[in-house]
Design a binder for this molecule. Structure first.
Ligand SMILES: CC(C)(COP(=O)(O)OP(=O)(O)OC[C@H]1O[C@@H](n2cnc3c(N)ncnc32)[C@H](O)[C@@H]1OP(=O)(O)O)[C@@H](O)C(=O)NCCC(=O)NCCS
Length: 163
């Protein structure tokens, strides 16, 4: 499997795979593909990676700037992330997350934040300990991973495409 940054010929497949992956998810608002397009249009896609297997796009992950107490301090938000439904649980999501985090480190990002299931994201080092809050969501699902010694603290806000 190859993981590489998106290019414009990937946009339609990214949209398709995002819709297909999120369609069965009860928490989905059904707008994840539009969110990615808006981040892209706004110049807020810090990093957008695709996973290619047998010449087919089988996964995608987006990262965008996030704000803590309304300040941008080099933190990025993870998501949306999708693996094509017929290929889920074969390591695509994990590979995209690991590669994305490594690339963010190389870009000197301060850290990464996300909202998601701790059962999945804790394996990558994310913690949901209440240091970050997002609206009225439970603290344990608002997770962060610092790339240096600075721990985040405060109210998390995403870029406009995801808010
Ligand atoms: C979440 C997603 C990207 C993971 O990608 P994947 O390639 O299927 O996952 P991997 O093969 O890397 O990892 C498989 C592991 O993830 C777990 N897992 C997958 N999705 C999970 C979820 N939503 N919550 C908790 N665990 C999950 C599996 O149980 C499996 O764990 P195990 O090996 O301990 O049994 C993929 O399932 C997906 O596209 N889901 C629909 C869209 C979505 O929910 N995106 C994330 C929103 S926060």
């Amino acid at each position: 499997m190859e993981i590489r940054p998106e290019n414009s010929s990937d946009y339609a497949a990214i949209e398709r795979i995002t819709r297909a992956a999120f369609a069965p998810m009860p928490f989905s608002e059904g707008n994840e593909a539009e969110c990615i397009a808006k981040l892209r249009a706004d110049g807020d896609l810090t990093l957008s990676l695709v996973a290619i297997k047998d010449a087919k796009l089988v996964g995608h992950i987006a990262f965008s700037p996030v704000f803590i107490n309304d300040s941008f301090d080099g933190w990025c938000g993870l998501g949306p992330v999708s693996a094509s439904p017929e290929a889920q649980r074969t390591g695509i999501g994990s590979a995209l997350i690991k590669e994305g985090l490594e690339r963010l480190r190389q870009m000197d990002a301060a850290g990464c934040a996300l909202i998601g299931d701790p059962a999945y994201y804790s394996r990558f080092g994310f913690v949901g300990d209440g240091r970050l809050s997002y609206r009225n969501l439970p603290a344990r699902i608002v997770q962060w991973l610092a790339f240096n010694d600075t721990k985040p603290s405060g109210v998390l806000r995403y870029s406009p495409g995801l808010e």
